[in-house]
Design a protein around this ligand. Structure first.
Ligand code: UD1
Length: 343
């Protein structure tokens, strides 16, 4: 029997790719999303790619009653993948209470309902941001946390603690997945990052500049003590990332996880600089990019990349896509989006 999985934030960037991966790997999916920073076009793409039309609820998880309706309609939900959250680092600095209220209340509600309705597995969308400003890389799951660099980062730290404490004496198991820098799009060109608010992350900024939506872009800082002076990050293809969620669920469903709450880093295990990403984009696409070398962005960490050996050893997860795949799929998606008239 195909286990039924509720994906919160399922019309968002990572959520939509994860729904696709679940359907392709023997699971059924139900989606809930408030659509405050996404639209439902990905559900159409998922139908085109898999032939499956999944149940969709447009609701905010902070609305407990509306969220409970999903569980009433689907009492057989076996697992939750919880993506729904606000994620703009800069906005979180300006409006911390918005982030604490939204990201934590929604988490508390979904945990409460999961326990009441007998869900067995809970996967949480966490982030390498929990490690804060690390002094060396690679970081593994035991690397001590530093002070969170933003209220957004703090919501991920607190979120992990809420889950760990809440599940301690229950029979629900959880996995906290700490993403490094998700990027790229589905190779079909039918699905990718499609936020309503202008993206701030490096790869969509590059593709939007290349297509002419932005006149130019800025490299934030070229005086860091790195090989070319720009920041180092660990860019992981969104499809590789999505597949890790399916493997994590199966790890719990198949009774292979002993601990109540497992933690896994998800990155490629290698760091690339901002200038190397720009070089890869220009080399792979043949498009030359208009960019300037600018000042450091406040709050940026100089370098961070992952040790993901635990995910390889226990989940059997190995990233397959390279940086060339990331920039080429992101570029195809940008061209398709623009041709369809999306901003
Ligand atoms: C941050 C968070 C991450 C979070 C993500 C959500 C940290 C350490 N990381 O990632 O947890 O999930 O935001 O949005 O808090 N850059 C430029 N020019 C640009 C845009 C970016 O040079 O126009 C550079 C940045 O300075 C950085 C790199 O590109 O060095 C990646 O930036 P970005 O894509 O915004 O991700 P992070 O800040 O690493």
């Amino acid at each position: 029997m195909r286990p039924k999985v509720l994906v919160t934030g399922g019309t968002g960037y990572i959520g939509s790719h994860t729904i696709l991966d679940l359907l392709e790997n023997g699971c059924d999916a139900v989606c809930i999303d408030s659509c405050i920073n996404s639209d439902t076009s990905c559900l159409k793409a998922i139908k085109e790619l898999t032939g499956t039309e999944i149940p969709f609820y447009k609701a905010d998880l902070c609305d407990l009653k509306a969220t409970e309706q999903v569980f009433r309609d689907h009492p057989d939900i076996a697992g939750i993948i919880h993506f729904a959250a606000l994620k703009a680092v800069g906005e979180s600095v300006e409006k911390p209470l918005l982030y604490f209220r939204n990201n934590l209340e929604s988490l508390i509600n979904i945990l409460d309902l999961s326990l009441r309705y007998g869900v067995k597995a809970f996967i949480f969308s966490s982030s390498c941001t929990v490690y804060g400003d690390v002094t060396h890389s690679p970081v593994d799951e035991n690397t001590p946390w530093q002070e969170a660099a933003s209220p957004y980062g703090r919501t991920k730290q607190i979120g992990e603690q809420i889950i760990t404490d809440t599940l301690r004496h229950t029979d629900m198991k959880s996995i906290l997945l700490r993403y490094f820098n998700p990027a790229g799009a589905h190779p079909s060109g039918k699905m990718g990052e499609s936020p309503i608010n202008p993206p701030q992350n490096l790869v969509p900024v590059i593709t939007e500049t290349a297509i002419g939506k932005r006149k130019s872009m800025t490299v934030f800082g070229t005086d860091y003590p790195t090989r070319d002076g720009s920041c180092i990050r660990d860019y992981i293809h969104v499809c590789d990332l999505a597949h890790a969620h399916t493997l994590a669920l199966k790890y719990i469903f198949e009774g292979r996880q002993d601990e109540q709450t497992g933690i896994f880093n998800l990155g490629i295990g290698n760091g690339l600089t901002v200038l190397e990403i720009i070089e890869a984009f220009q080399r792979v696409t043949g498009v030359s990019l208009s960019y300037i070398l600018g000042d450091r962005r406040p709050g940026d960490v100089m370098a961070i990349y992952s040790d993901h050996t635990k995910a390889g050893r226990l989940l059997g997860w190995e990233p397959k896509m390279t940086i060339d795949d990331i920039v080429s799929t992101a570029w195809t998606w940008e061209k398709n989006r623009s041709a369809a008239g999306k901003s």
